[in-house]
Design a protein around this ligand. Structure first.
Ligand SMILES: CC(C)(COP(=O)(O)OP(=O)(O)OC[C@H]1O[C@@H](n2cnc3c(N)ncnc32)[C@H](O)[C@@H]1OP(=O)(O)O)[C@@H](O)C(=O)NCCC(=O)NCCS
Length: 228
């Protein structure tokens, strides 16, 4: 059960996002994504993992990238929500990424494109931050054991997609989990998210479990099943 102290900041961030969707004219998205999902929905995701002890050659991207943790002052214009004519899905994706950044979850890694801008981001989380994972997502992820890490929140800026950035960046970010002693890096991807599933598999991740998330009248039930 989450404490009120960890629920409140999340609630505030989500309220801000709801307001952003409303003032930009997307009330249907707010209803569908925020309320409809929580009233009645089923979502399946695949859990994938990479064993850092297995030798792996990073896949190449079509452009040279610098991979490092996010720094204050980095150009995050890929998350601009005031660009004209953004579709509701794009706006929702950008708001979700901004919420993770604003939550201060450690550690947001980025890929910097040759134009100097952040083109990709993803969070690499250590077992020492299990409480932060819980505060952010409740029971959507299993507790990390020593030697494990979680990679979440993959996002490539719309203008940079389809250039192999995810696979290259994710592969290199995963290796950074060695710094806190991890061997196994875990990630979860919706079963219908083909671009992300492709990116994960090219980054050396192998499916090993399935997660089901069921919402009924604002209550969520999450279950994990090993894959054969
Ligand atoms: C998933 C995501 C990170 C992939 O990033 P990416 O850097 O474009 O990944 P890749 O270049 O390796 O492309 C992977 C696949 O995406 C598809 N794709 C998605 N958008 C594309 C675009 N604009 N142009 C070309 N291909 C695109 C292609 O099918 C490609 O597969 P292919 O190389 O076999 O054709 C990106 O689509 C994204 O940020 N999506 C929204 C957020 C999201 O779903 N995150 C994952 C949460 S688990």
């Amino acid at each position: 059960m989450l404490s009120p102290a960890s629920v409140l900041p999340q609630l505030l961030l989500r309220t801000q996002d709801a307001m952003s969707l409303l003032v930009r004219g997307h009330p249907q998205t707010l209803l569908r994504r925020a309320l409809g999902t929580r009233l009645h929905s089923e979502t399946l995701a695949i859990g994938l993992r990479r064993d850092l002890d297995c030798p792996f050659v990073h896949p190449t991207a079509k452009l040279p990238l610098v991979i490092r943790p996010l720094r204050s002052g980095d150009d995050l214009s890929i998350l601009n929500i005031d660009q004209p004519e953004l579709t509701s899905d794009v706006l929702f994706e950008r708001l979700s990424q901004r919420r993770l950044i604003n939550a201060g979850l450690p550690t947001c890694w980025v890929a910097i494109a040759p134009d100097g801008k952040v083109c990709y981001m993803q969070w690499l989380v250590a077992p020492s931050d299990n409480d932060r994972i819980r505060a952010q997502w409740d029971d959507l992820f299993p507790q990390l054991a020593p030697g494990e890490a979680l990679l979440e929140g993959a996002f490539t800026g719309d203008a940079y997609r389809g250039q192999g950035i995810m696979a290259h960046a994710m592969s290199r970010i995963a290796v950074a989990a060695r710094d806190f002693g991890a061997r196994w890096v875990h990630t979860f991807v919706g079963v219908t998210n083909t671009p992300s599933l492709k990116g994960c598999q090219r980054a050396g991740f192998v499916p090993f479990q399935q997660r089901s998330e069921a919402w009924r009248l604002l209550r969520r039930r999450v279950a994990f099943t090993p894959l054969a």
